[in-house]
Ligand binder design. Structure first.
Ligand SMILES: [Fe+2]
Length: 292
């Protein structure tokens, strides 16, 4: 799997178009978007929309939940893309310092660019990690913008990155995570589920909502992801033209259910391609655990 990921990373460094990834890797389109926003004088408004981050509080109900976890809170960030969004680090640090939570998960896309990895791009992310204090665990997965080289930086700064593996959080709750299924296609859900007791409460972290069926099939009770940015741009009448995910739209935005499994596709805390949003607020999510 590592060799496969490294091969795709090389394609990204070489700016080779990767089949099946749609328009999102077309750098020319990103330039057109940037220039368009500038010409229409919408740059500032779009950036302010990213920085106007909403707090979403919701329940996450899990079967077999031990009383220890009842009412505990998971802080969920996603798609922070911090090195490309001026001012977002301060917004996140301010917000999390005023929140009470027990666990933290980040569902990938830490950096803005997709080309060669430069350690300097991690600086704002590491400052953000420093501001997060999750006494019962801090976990993350990689997204389609992330390179494997980032893992050491993240782990040295308090986050455990789950690469097709799981963590026993204690009191019958297990958290698993897979590598990115969208661009790298290096996810292995059966490997991530391996060794988790049948009677445990099981939560899966994935970057995108593109593996809902596979996750339900192996018995996960909850699926937390991001990637779609809630569309990032929503147009009057037309709604959200893009989800950038190869799955049903009902899985691509916000809450969903699939058979006995429930899921949440995060709107994203940052933005990518352009540092702007319209009609799709950025968010910070607090999931409160409840027994189903
Ligand atoms: Fe993203």
């Amino acid at each position: 799997m590592l060799q496969k990921r490294l091969a795709v990373q090389q394609l990204m460094i070489n700016k080779t178009k990767i089949k099946g990834t749609g328009f999102e890797n077309l750098s020319a389109l990103h330039s057109v978007l940037r220039v368009g926003l500038k010409v229409m004088k919408l740059e500032e408004r779009g950036l302010n929309n990213v920085l106007d981050c909403k707090l979403v509080e919701r329940d996450l109900s899990l079967p077999n939940l031990d009383p220890f976890w009842q009412g505990k809170k998971i802080l969920h960030l996603s798609d922070t893309h911090l090195d490309g969004i001026p001012g977002l680090l301060e917004v996140i640090v301010n917000a999390v310092q005023n929140l009470s939570y027990d666990l933290c998960v980040i569902t990938g896309d830490f950096r803005f660019g997709k080309g060669a990895f430069h350690p300097a791009s991690m600086a704002p992310t590491l400052e953000m990690l420093d501001a997060i204090n999750a006494p019962l665990g801090f976990y993350g997965v990689l997204g389609n913008h992330d390179f494997i080289e980032q893992v050491d930086y993240l782990e040295e700064n308090g986050m455990r990155v789950l690469l097709n593996e799981s963590a026993d959080l204690g009191h019958n709750l297990w958290l698993a995570g897979v590598d990115d299924p969208h661009l790298y296609e290096c996810d292995d859900i059966p490997a991530a589920a391996h060794g988790i007791p049948e009677t445990a409460s099981k939560v899966l972290l994935v970057h995108s909502p593109e593996r809902v069926r596979e996750a339900q099939k192996v018995g996960f009770h909850a699926y937390l992801c991001g990637h779609t940015h809630g569309g990032q741009i929503s147009l009057p009448v037309l709604g959200r033209p893009f989800s950038n995910a190869r799955c049903k739209r009902k899985f691509a935005f916000g809450e969903f259910d699939y058979k006995e499994m429930q899921g949440y596709t995060h709107n994203g805390t940052g933005a990518s391609s352009v540092a702007a949003r319209f009609g799709c607020p950025s968010e910070i999510v607090l999931h409160t655990l409840k027994r189903k």
